[in-house]
Structure formats: C-alpha cells, structure tokens
Design a protein around this ligand. Structure first.
Ligand SMILES: *Cc1c(COP(=O)(O)O)cnc(C)c1O
Length: 406
C-alpha cells in the first residue's frame, strides 16, 4: 500500500477505512451528523480555523509538549534507547484535550451553543468541560451513578469548570447507559448542540476528526525526534483504548520505515471479561454506530471488559486501527495489569515521571521490547500523567518500595 497519499484517501467520503468505519445511525440523526461532516470538511481548510487552533495549542495547552530520553531506564534494560512523547504535560494532563479543543472550536465555528458527552472514568468529561469553559459553551456530561460515586475528584473538576453533570440512574448505571442518555439528549437538541465523542470511535466523521486533531502529537514527535537524533526511531508505540492517542501518534509515521505497535490491555488474563484486548481476541462487527473489530459475548452484544486502566476498558477500537492492521501496517500486542503496574513504578522511580495507568501499558511494552532489541530506539506516546490513579494504586499495590534495586 502507498502511504504517501494516505491522508487524502482515508477515510473515503462515507467515512470508510477499507470495510471499517461508516456511520450507522438512527434515521433522525443522519442530518445532524451530515451537518457536522460538511462543516468540518469546510472549516478544517479555513486559515482562520487552523490559525486559531494553533494559537490555542501554543498559548492555552502549552504545546509543543517535549520528547524526553529515558536514560536511566534505557541503561538498566540494555542498550536500546526509550523516548517519551510527553502528552502528560499537555494542559489537563493528557492527550484528550487535543481533540476536545478541536471539537469545541468546531462547535463555535458552527454557531452551536452547547456541547455534550458521556464519560466513564471522567477523563473525557473533564477535558470537554475544560474546552467548554474556554469557548464559553454550555456543557452537559452524562455519567452513570456508579461511576459518579467512584470518580468523585473528576466529578468535582467538571462542576468547578462549569459543566452540568447528569447522573444516569437506569440499568447498570455505568458508561453504556450514559452513552444512551447522551444520544437521547442529542436527538432532542441537535440544532444547538454537538455531541463530542471522546476517542477515535463512533459514527463518521468522529474517527476522522479525532484522528486529525490528534495527529499534532505524531507530527511534533516525529520532528522533535529527528531534530534530536538525526534519524527516526525504530519502533513507535502507544496504548490503545478507543485509539485516539495512538492514531494521532501513528499516522505521521505511516510512510516511514518505522515499526508501529499498538498496545492493548490484557488485564487479568485472556478469559472474556478479564481484559479489553479487542484486536487480539475480537472479530468484525457493528456497534456504537461504526464497523470495526470488537469483543462480543455469546449473543453478539458488546462483551464485558476489564483493565486496571479505566481509560482502556472499551470493547472495540477505532475503525482506522482495524484497517491499518488488516493492511499489515500496524501491529497490536498486549500488556497485563501486572506489567503495567511494574512500568508505572519504574517510570516513577527511575525517571521522575508518574504515568497514567493507560500510558504505563505502552511503557511496559517498550521496556519488554527494549530488552529483546538490545539496540536501536523506541518512541512511546506517554498519553497522560498518573495523579488521577494514585489513590487506586496505593490502595491495591502500595507505594512500590520493592523497586529500590531495579
Ligand atoms: C482516555 C485515555 C486513554 C485511552 O484513550 P485512547 O482514545 O485510546 O487514546 C489513554 N491514556 C490516557 C491518559 C487517557 O486518559
């Protein structure tokens, strides 16, 4: 496949990456998504939009984020050098703000007054509430009552940022019900509202838009690495939940002689319900409005999923990932909870960087590969910082005192 013209050709006008992607929507929402698609395809070429987004990234988000050489960890593992793209230093502490600011700016350009979303652990809700505050948009976040009880600090953050957090009280009171509630709201209110999806998933144009807004990560990282080293890394890697931080990191490297690997959560093991490794154990199907690879239960419904990293426990993956694997361009591997926790403590202790548990999956993979490769270099997208995970880690794994002699 020719990747020099990739961005022009994928997705096609129907939002397809090969056979994956598309838009499977209730009749009533087809015009709303069509409106967003048309607006985005026009606005993304306007210099006013592009310049405004550039200014926001520089002045509000603090971009570009640096690329950092993990000298101590690399030395301990052998002679292969690990580098991190520091999305943990992006404003709000993770990559999610990259697409939320893009979606907010699009809402503003379209004259919408309101942005809405669902959230599970609350990370997407916080990033979107931040964008809403910045742009002066109303913001409603749907969240399962069970998740609200578990994620009190993120709920407080959203409220302080001015968002209206609506508890969802039916069914299991978690993410799935929150998605339904957000869709119902959107059906009622799409004239003044945009429903902002939190990853490179969902119906067209979201996988396209989120990908485009996140490619700043890979564009910067590629240039920064080349400036530092004079060549490109041998391996580029990132963790994959829905697939936004990874697709943003990967796409700018597609046309380079670089091995690209997405890292999925293997959780407690390979039994259904113990992991969220959709690419490894899933099969093709349609859910949440798009065609991709997904984990299904015996009835063909979305399977129960689990990961120590709540941002990775999604039973599918963005359609572009399914396509890039089928095209043989990107490989997918997986990392257990145990390996991710080990990487969490090692990166903290030996580099002074406490990573998000999601990002720790990518770091764990890089450490495993560095040992095998012995030479060369690996560039990891460190998607976020770990402050949000401290209480959980301390309660379940302690303070990592056993890591003194790594
Ligand atoms: C949400 C989240 C992820 C997973 O989402 P993707 O869309 O797969 O990037 C990864 N890392 C962090 C820090 C997150 O908050």
């Amino acid at each position: 496949m020719d990747f020099s013209t990739y961005l022009k050709n994928y997705p096609n006008a129907e939002g397809r990456f090969g056979k994956f992607g598309g838009a499977y929507l209730p009749e009533k929402l087809i015009p709303a998504f069509e409106e967003i698609t048309q607006a985005y395809l026009t606005i993304c070429h306007s210099s006013q939009f592009v310049n405004e987004l550039r200014r926001i990234r520089r002045e509000f988000q603090g971009r570009p984020t640096p690329v950092y050489h993990c000298e101590r960890i690399s030395r301990k593992l052998g002679n292969c050098q690990i580098y991190l793209k520091r999305e943990d230093l992006n404003h709000t502490g993770a990559h999610k703000l990259n697409h939320c600011m893009g979606e907010g700016l699009l809402a503003k350009f379209m004259g919408k007054k309101r942005i809405i979303a669902e959230t599970g652990a609350g990370q997407h809700g916080v990033a979107l509430a931040t964008a809403a505050a910045f742009f002066g948009l109303e913001c409603t976040i749907y969240m399962g009552e069970v998740d609200i009880a578990k994620q009190a600090p993120n709920v407080a953050r959203m409220k302080i940022l001015g968002a209206n957090v609506v508890p969802v009280t039916h069914g299991l009171k978690t993410l799935k019900e929150a998605v339904d509630a957000a869709f119902e709201d959107y059906l009622e209110n799409y004239k003044e509202t945009i429903y902002c999806i939190g990853s490179a998933v969902g119906p067209h144009p979201f996988p396209l838009m989120v990908r485009d807004f996140q490619t700043i990560v890979g564009i910067e990282a590629r240039e920064q690495f080349k400036d530092m080293m004079g060549f490109l890394p041998d391996v580029v890697t990132a963790c994959v939940g829905g697939g936004s931080n990874s697709i943003g990191m990967f796409v700018p490297f597609l046309n380079d002689p670089v091995e690209i690997v997405g890292v999925e959560p293997l959780g407690r093991g390979e039994k259904m319900g113990d992991h969220a490794a959709s690419m490894t154990y899933g099969s093709e199907g349609v859910m949440h409005g798009f065609d991709s690879i997904m984990l299904k239960d015996e009835n063909g419904d979305p399977a129960p999923v689990y990961s120590v990293a709540s941002g990775l426990d999604y039973p599918s993956v963005g359609p572009e990932h399914a396509f890039l694997r089928e095209a043989g361009r990107v490989k997918y591997d997986s990392v257990t909870d145990e390996e991710a926790i080990d990487a969490f403590f090692k990166l903290s202790r030996y580099e002074g960087i406490i990573p998000a548990l999601e990002s720790a999956h990518a770091v764990a993979y890089a450490m495993r590969r560095a040992k095998e490769m012995k030479t060369g270099s690996i560039l990891v997208n460190l998607s976020g910082r770990g402050d949000k995970d401290l209480d959980y880690v301390i309660e379940h794994y302690g303070l990592g005192e056993e890591y003194k002699d790594f």
